[in-house]
Design a protein. Structure first.
Length: 559
């Protein structure tokens, strides 16, 4: 790091802050350590290269801060100071990256941080909260870590008069910033605070460069990243990915979007999304299933147990293992934060965070869960919300103990809603495989009419969006059954493989919303013939159509 010699104004380089020992003077003393300046930038700041010409640097407005800082250091018997405007060679990308990644440590290891509030009117005694609150210093992104990292801070006004310390202004600093008291006392307590809560401290702070909204928070989360100016909001997403690689704190996903049509991406695009997370804290509850996750190219793979909310249908929730204080302090119910998820063909999509009563959550069995990091909201999203987003399967009068249903592809099957997540894809094929105790099988295929283009369906059917097709193949259909038995699970979901196997399908479409019943017979567990009836329907569901496949299984003599 580069430090300014308080007597000569020359820049001197040290490999480590601990090496900053001022040479012994005539008094025989050596001054260990350095002071560090925290301020807001303005016009006429002195750069690194301009400091090599002190005569020219003195002509710039910003040199007054450097001179005043050096005067303050000499009065405290220090020989060195650090000022961000001129102690970083910003023409070197390598040095800039190293400096920004090291800055939190440099502020923490400084003997004292001097905060210069140029918009605080000159006065005497400790500044009041009302006097401090309007200061621009409390609105800037970089000054957040400059308040948290140092143990000792002195606040000076526009005339460089001492107006209080971190200790004497403690209550005002907490009220203005929302930073936890234990963190204001020691930055080593940062890890005890939920990620979402730490993000909330930066929600209303601004930086000149968009990327710096992420880079100024690296020290707060104890992570390091390369700097890529020009990536804009991507920098903040990269910060969250880096945090996720080093922490299992699921409150990272507790940010709030813009309602139903807001962002569906897993990571927030701006610290402002965490504005409502100022009271979030982590839960240490053995009842909550633990979660671990691995970040992939476009998904996060979690090993966890999803849950559903009692009395609700469809969407699942991921318990974020964090909570907020209840609205009613006397309530016995614990509000917890969850992430609402909806299944899609490529993985779960984030619907948004929510606060629910923990007692209302019923957990499913632990499983591997894929959540999309990026969910593009294009024209396909409205299609994803259409009737073909999900194809519901209704088992009516089916004894699941005597006739076991198997659903493929398994990763698209949602047992909570008894539906396949089709994503309105024209290549979706679902399979319901009914297996009796007599080892007889009925294969029921279903899909969207667009798939019929590969299956030779009539062209007028293919033109209709909200349409389904169904095929029923019992064990007794030996030619088709033999062809199917040789196919892999992947082939069974491939329209071309099924077409080559000679499977024939029947289609229906929305302009004639009636049922299309079909049936077959297989042997039950005691040899009794079972009649499998399949009735695909397109039903009105509010202002949409809903695709449903109804399946019944009855003995032949009970028809």
């Amino acid at each position: 790091m580069w430090l300014i010699n308080c007597y000569t104004y020359a820049l001197e380089y040290f490999n480590d802050p601990e090496d900053a020992v001022f040479p012994k003077g005539v008094d025989g003393k050596g001054y260990d350590g350095y002071l560090i300046l925290s301020h807001t930038w303005g016009d006429g700041e002195v750069s690194f290269h301009e400091m090599h010409d002190i005569k020219g640097a003195r002509q710039k407005k910003g040199f007054r801060k450097i001179e005043s800082m050096c005067n303050a250091a000499r009065q405290e018997s220090y020989g060195y100071v650090w000022v961000d405007t001129c102690c970083i060679d910003k023409s070197s990308s390598a040095e800039l990256t190293e400096s920004i990644n090291s800055m939190f440590r440099w502020y923490r290891e400084a003997d004292c941080c001097v905060v210069y509030l140029e918009d605080l009117a000159p006065g005497e005694g400790n500044a009041t909260e009302d006097q401090l609150r309007p200061c621009r210093w409390f609105t800037r992104g970089w000054t957040l870590q400059e308040l948290i990292a140092p143990d000792e801070i002195k606040f000076v006004d526009a005339s460089w008069t001492l107006r209080g310390t971190k200790e004497t202004l403690f209550a005002a600093l907490h009220n203005i910033t929302g930073i936890d008291n234990m963190v204001l006392r020691s930055s080593y307590n940062l890890d005890r605070v939920a990620v979402a809560r730490r993000m909330s401290w930066a929600a209303s702070r601004e930086t000149t460069r968009i990327e710096d909204k992420a880079y100024c928070l690296m020290g707060i989360f104890g992570v390091n990243m390369p700097l890529i100016y020009g990536e804009r909001e991507r920098a903040f997403i990269r910060l969250q990915e880096t945090i996720a690689q080093q922490s299992d704190d699921l409150s990272l996903f507790a940010w709030v979007g813009d309602g139903w049509w807001g962002r569906r991406d897993l990571f927030a695009d701006n610290p402002l999304r965490f504005e409502t997370c100022g009271e979030v804290y982590r839960l240490d509850d053995p009842v909550i299933p633990p979660s671990s996750f691995v970040i992939g190219n476009n998904t996060i793979q979690l090993s966890t147990a999803l849950g559903y909310i009692e009395g609700e249908e469809g969407d699942l929730v991921l318990h974020l293992q964090c909570t907020k204080p209840p609205d009613d302090p006397e309530t016995y119910h614990r509000p917890v934060l969850v992430l609402r998820l909806r299944q899609s063909p490529k993985g779960f999509i984030r619907l948004g965070s929510d606060v629910v009563d923990q007692s209302s959550i019923t957990f499913r069995d632990p499983a591997q869960v894929s959540i999309l990091k990026i969910a593009k909201l294009d024209s396909g999203f409205s299609k994803w919300r259409s009737s073909n987003s999900f194809l519901q399967v209704q088992l009516l009068d089916v004894d699941v103990e005597a006739l076991e249903p198997i659903y493929l592809p398994s990763h698209l099957w949602d047992p909570r809603s008894s539906s396949f997540a089709t994503g309105a894809s024209d290549s979706f094929i679902g399979l319901i495989k009914l297996v009796s105790r007599a080892d007889t099988v009925c294969w029921i295929f279903c899909g969207l009419v667009e798939t019929g283009a590969a299956l030779g369906l009539p062209e007028h059917d293919v033109e209709v969006d909200d349409s389904i097709w169904v095929a029923v193949i019992p064990t007794s259909n030996r030619s088709n059954f033999t062809a199917l038995a040789g196919l892999t699970e992947a082939d069974l979901s491939n329209c071309y493989s099924l077409s080559n196997a000679g499977i024939r399908f029947r289609a229906m479409y929305r302009k004639d919303p009636t049922s299309l019943p079909m049936a077959c017979s297989i042997k039950g567990h005691d040899g009794t013939p079972l009649r499998i009836s399949v009735d695909p329907r397109i039903l009105a569901d509010g202002n949409r159509w809903k695709s449903v496949v109804r399946i019944t299984a009855k003995t032949e003599d009970s028809r």
